[in-house]
Design a protein around this ligand. Sequence first.
Ligand code: ZN
Length: 306
Amino acid sequence: MEIAKLNRVILLLIFACLLTAGVHAKQPVQGPVKKTCGTGIVLKLSAAAASQGGLLLAEISGVKPSQELSAEWDGRPIPVWRETPASPKLHALLGVDLEKPAGRYEWKLSWSGADGKPFTCSLPVTVRAGKFPTEHLTVEKQFVQPDPEQQKRAEEDQKKMKAIYDTVTPEVLWKGKFVMPLKGVTTGGNFGRRRILNGEARSPHAGVDFPAAAGTPVYAAQSGKVVLAENLYYSGNTVVIDHGFGIYTLYAHLSEIEVKAGDPVDASDEIGKVGATGRVTGPHLHWGLTIEHARVNALQIVQRQP
Ligand SMILES: [Zn+2]
């Protein structure tokens, strides 16, 4: 009798384990994930996991035309937008900074029901560590040990960039898809590389590099507004374009800048020429994408509509 009981307990335990395994197996890691929330709102993410420097597309459907929603990504508010004023769908981009520690985070939505009752709903996002190689480079001494004046300039540049990235233009400035910033180029490299410059560890490489001859035309990857067009200490001649809703692209080390701050641009408009200004080892285009302060691999947004 006792043994039969024990067997039953063991069988139950095995069954419970199988059930749990089944639940785990159902959690997709790749491919879109969906969740139906209160008041008919449905959350969708392009994937349940992303690597450091990755990008997730988020969609909220079942939203009434005048309904206000607020979104948070890892506890920080992020913008959501409607393609058209009457659209029942809202969109957002979740950028995963290239140094965001691997782990579990949350994409959370809050809104009010018809009677003012507050609702929240969230989807978990797993951030995986990126596989970034370490590179050793030799650059001019002034770029590793800047003198006080150069240091001051670099700090001022940093403040300027922070002020730009702190600004979220509440407007869709993009049209259609993102394109490559150089003609005839399909891929670039070096994103996320951990760098040792002249033997000293430095911040990881936050952009994509395209080796190209000096003078090669550089094009805007998307329409938007030029918010910076000047020489910076490390990135040399630099252009930054605001695409709206916290999405910015950066083009660095240019030999020539052909736009000025305030200029509206269209995708594929020429904005400058490839060069070797700032901290470089040779002529190339350094292309950066920042989404709500997250430094993301720009190649991930090409041919995508945010
Ligand atoms: Zn670079």
